[in-house]
Ligand binder design. Structure first.
Ligand code: ADP
Length: 163
């Protein structure tokens, strides 16, 4: 395998099995994968950055070439510090496409040479998103099939089941 670092940026609020599926496949394609968690100004986060970091680290501990970090500046500046040239993003449905394309083109114009690679999740995770998981947990539903156990426990702390 050539020595290549890929960065997978996102808010991961919280990390789901969809993210993990993508990261696990990326870990077989790249020598080093950095999951880089940040705050997304467009979103109200349920979990603070530190907790999202800890949950992702615990969920990904078995992948030895995967590292989890946080950053708070511009993504292209973070990528330059890491001397990486590859960004990974996930594409689930057409609805992701417009935003992801805009992001990829903007990042490449800010950092020429930076490539964004898109990966698609396993079919059963195509409809999975962190927001949907939070909504189901908030309303007392079972999210065990969609998130790792550490995240399920953290969601239960946030939204204790009644009765
Ligand atoms: P952001 O706030 O940057 O969109 P997210 O944590 O929501 O961060 O998602 C990070 C990346 O992972 C995005 O490219 C998103 O499209 C992708 N993603 C999210 N959920 C899934 C999933 N179930 N399968 C594949 N990719 C996903």
């Amino acid at each position: 395998m050539p020595e290549l670092t890929a960065i997978y940026p996102g808010s991961l609020d919280p990390i789901t099995n969809g993210h993990i599926d993508l990261i696990s496949r990326a870990s077989e394609m790249f020598s080093h994968v950095i999951v880089a968690i940040t705050d997304n100004r467009k979103k109200d986060h349920l979990f603070p950055l530190e907790q999202r970091h800890r949950l992702a680290r615990e969920a990904l501990s078995k992948w030895k070439n995967v590292e989890v970090e946080t950053f708070s500046d511009l993504l292209v500046h973070y990528v330059a510090r890491k001397k990486a040239k590859i960004l990974l993003r996930g594409l689930r449905a057409v609805s992701d496409f417009e935003y992801e394309l805009q992001l990829a083109l903007m990042n490449r114009s800010l950092h020429p040479g930076l490539e964004t690679l898109f990966m698609t999740p396993k079919d059963s995770y195509t409809y999975l998103s962190s927001s949907l998981v939070k909504e189901i947990a908030r309303l007392g539903g079972d999210v065990g099939a969609f998130v790792p156990a550490v995240v399920e426990a953290a969601l239960r702390d946030k939204f204790p089941r009644k009765g």
